[in-house]
Design a protein around this ligand. Structure first.
Ligand code: MOS
Length: 740
């Protein structure tokens, strides 16, 4: 039977709850005796707290406590980082000492009976500081860049060289050097970070906003020096995360600390303004690209040097050079990564960390080089197509990038693109077309899933995954149903709770890749057991039929060649002890990790209209053509790509944190001034999946689609603006004032 490569576009199973308001997000959960915490933030970027006067606050009605370094529970597990990441695991030692490392750092929490009392109380805490000189970070920093100890994905080397770059450049007919700048960005999920914590004896329960229930549970247990079984983490719904809910940031400890201090359930919900610092940011980058090519368009050499920033207490490096290593066949290539330390909140993964800013630089440089050589940018990319991964020297498990280019170009009308920039006008508008390659690696972790086939023919699926809002819960049911020949509504799901089997964190587009594989494998194991039950049972119509000859279809097992020969799961189980069949499977990478290079690929095409007088950019058309292995649900998957492309618009044209360099304070910590695209910014947008069967990549046959949408979109827009206006932009975002 040919495998179905694009799955049914069914609605999200939690869609109705969400749109009718009955979904209870973490901040909506109530408990008897619940009290409220509101944070007080630092107003200096570097120094020590001298006095923290709570007199006025404590005079207010309803105030239970003001928690700060003076009275907060001390945590034994702070430095015992068993997860092996960086020294602090990006959880600042908040309230453990009087140090201030960045502006807008949490320094106290007012806990009160009502939220309003806590808000007022927080406004009346008076703080004095002894300040130190401020390091505001990029782009003004003159500090000597440091080499980070590692990149976030530990198997990525920090610096790489292959071939002889000097020789490659010397052999080039044309060379290009360009420096690209990207700004600090904040994730700004619609749902702010929230945590409701309560203790029952030495057992802690947290309703929280996390992209990784299992990791969060372990980290909190570590911080409080307790076994993980004593920490229960529940995340039933999420309103986005974009990476900022992937790391266990400081609210994860502040919530339980406060609950312990006052002996009551405490709810802590971050204000929008509080999300600009303590829950991560995408590092600003300065990236220099050098490209050399022959006159007929063969790349001879490339270098990609990235400078980023990290906080004073962390070592996160934005890994912008990793895609450059593998995207094109280029014999001589070097990449470096360096960072400076600054008085900023921890930089952290955000929406394709590394890939998004890195591919902006790479694909703009490729476009500019094509232009220099007078070769069509798509042809130039095809000329340098990597048939195998030139960085790892391995074949790809699958790569359908040619098909993406081809179908995208046909559908978008790329052949109609004017050869010269600034050649197409429509009234006041200069019209341009641009494209870029998009790519995202397959990241697979470890997940466990339990599948139980009940005697009534329904299935129970349990796995401790979370759903960022992307449709994870829905497609897990689809995967189990597909293997067992059922319809997804015959599967009920237990997820969003650490009481279920441990599942991977939803970062790096690894959820379906990892947990989807665990679900697939557990369901396959159940199916195998059911088949065995049938062919071993003299009373079954399938008695003595070969296993490979039996398939699951419509709640039945039947013979492939003679579908009438078969029986329902129900009758099979009833006759065989009337017990469910169950399997629990731990799924992780195998040999393919060493033998193959695995990535999703795609092509993004963009048409822009730039108002010549006003400098306003309108993106009139966008098309993404994506090959990402099997697509489990055509609807939720398409939404993922469209959402990613919208974030590409955001990065290209809108988003940046405005920094006051005197005090390293973010000046636009709200959604009124920190701009993201709204509906009116998005016109004709579409995403199409290319059929791609990949038997190697993982048991589910899927590649991640959470982040690939943003990666190539940023440069496709920049390249389209060049084609419209004849002017290149190297500094994101490309705002109105840069265009006039
Ligand atoms: Mo993501 S930024 O890998 O959650």
């Amino acid at each position: 039977m040919a495998k179905k490569l694009i799955g049914d576009p069914i609605d999200r199973i939690d869609g109705t709850q969400k749109v009718t308001g009955s979904a209870r997000y973490s901040a909506d959960v109530k408990r008897p005796g619940l009290v409220h915490g509101v944070l007080v933030m630092s107003t200096v970027a570097n120094g020590t707290i001298q006095t923290l006067d709570t007199t006025e606050t404590l005079r207010l009605p309803g105030i239970l406590a003001v928690m700060s370094h003076t009275n907060a529970p001390k945590l034994g597990g702070m430095d015992k980082n068993k997860s092996g990441e960086t020294a602090s695991d990006r959880v600042l030692h908040v309230f453990q000492d009087n140090l201030v490392h960045y502006n807008n750092q949490p320094i106290a929490m007012v806990i009160a009976d009502t939220f309003e009392q806590a808000v007022e109380g927080a406004s009346l805490v008076r703080v004095t500081y002894a300040t130190e000189p401020v390091k505001p970070g990029l782009p003004t920093s003159t500090d000597k860049p440091l080499t980070p100890p590692r990149l976030p994905r530990v198997d990525d080397q920090v610096d790489t060289t292959r071939g002889d770059v000097k020789k490659g450049m010397a052999g080039a007919a044309s060379t290009l050097e360009a420096t690209y700048k990207t700004p600090t960005q904040f994730h700004n999920a619609l749902e702010p970070h929230a945590v409701l914590s309560f203790w029952e004896g030495d057992k802690l329960t947290m309703y929280t906003t996390t992209q990784g229930i299992s990791g969060y549970q372990k980290r909190v247990a570590e911080l409080f020096g307790m076994p993980k079984e004593n920490v229960r983490v529940i995340t039933q719904y999420l309103g986005g995360g974009f990476g900022s809910k992937g790391t266990t940031f400081s609210q994860a400890m502040l919530g339980p600390m406060a609950a312990k201090l006052v002996g009551k359930p405490v709810k802590l919900v971050l204000k929008r303004e509080h999300m600009f610092g303590m829950v991560g940011s995408r590092s600003a980058t300065v990236q220099t690209m050098n490209v050399g090519a022959t006159a007929d368009g063969q790349l001879t050499a490339m270098t990609h040097d990235t400078l980023a920033q990290t906080s004073a207490f962390d070592e996160f490096m934005e890994p912008a050079g990793t895609i450059t290593r593998m995207l094109y066949a280029c014999p001589n290539l070097a990449t470096t990564h360096k960072f400076i330390k600054a008085n900023v909140g921890s930089t952290s993964p955000m929406r394709a960390p590394g890939e998004a800013p890195g591919v902006f630089a790479l694909e703009c440089a490729i476009d500019e080089m094509a232009d220099k050589l007078k070769i069509d940018p798509l042809q130039f990319r095809l000329k340098n197509y990597a048939e195998e991964d030139p960085h790892r020297n391995r074949p790809f498990s699958s790569k359908s990038l040619r098909e993406c280019y081809q179908q995208g170009a046909d559908q978008f009308g790329w052949s109609k693109r004017a050869k010269q920039p600034r050649a197409t006008r429509d009234g006041n508008y200069l019209v341009g077309m641009g494209m870029a390659t998009t790519v995202y690696p397959v990241n697979r972790g470890e997940s466990t899933a339990m599948v139980r086939l009940n005697t009534d023919g329904t299935v129970r699926l349990e796995t401790g995954t979370q759903d960022l809002g992307t449709g994870t819960f829905t497609i897990m049911n689809q995967l189990a149903a597909e293997v067992l020949g059922l319809s997804p509504d015959q599967v009920t799901l237990g997820a969003g709770d650490s009481k279920y089997p441990e599942a991977v964190g939803s970062g790096g587009s690894r959820t379906t890749v990892t947990t989807g594989s665990a679900v697939t494998q557990a369901a396959q194991e159940v199916l195998k057991k059911a088949k065995k039950m049938a062919y071993s049972d003299k009373k079954s119509p399938l008695y003595a039929v070969a296993e490979a000859e039996i398939e699951a279809k419509n709640g039945r097992l039947e013979s492939k060649s003679d579908p009438k020969k078969g029986e329902s799961f129900t009758s099979l189980l009833k006759r065989n002890g009337n017990k469910p069949i169950e399997a629990t499977t731990l799924s992780k990478s195998g040999a393919e990790k060493e033998t193959h290079s695995m990535s999703a690929f795609g092509a993004i095409f963009v048409e822009v209209r730039v108002d010549e007088a006003l400098g306003e950019v309108r993106i009139s058309r966008m098309l993404g053509n994506i090959a990402a292995g099997k697509i489990v649900n055509a609807k939720t998957a398409k939404s993922q790509i469209l959402g990613g492309m919208v974030w590409g618009v955001s990065m290209a044209l809108h988003e940046y944190a405005a920094l006051d360099t005197r005090n390293a304070r973010i000046m636009n910590p709200n959604l009124a001034e920190y701009h993201v695209p709204v509906n009116a910014d998005i016109r004709d947008i579409d995403a199409i999946f290319i059929d791609e069967a990949d038997e190697t990549v993982n048991p589910a046959g899927v590649k991640g689609i959470g982040e690939i949408g943003i990666v190539g979109t940023v440069s496709a827009i920049a390249n389209a603006i060049y084609h419209a206006t004849g002017k290149r932009h190297y500094d994101l975002p490309i705002t109105v004032e840069k265009l006039i």
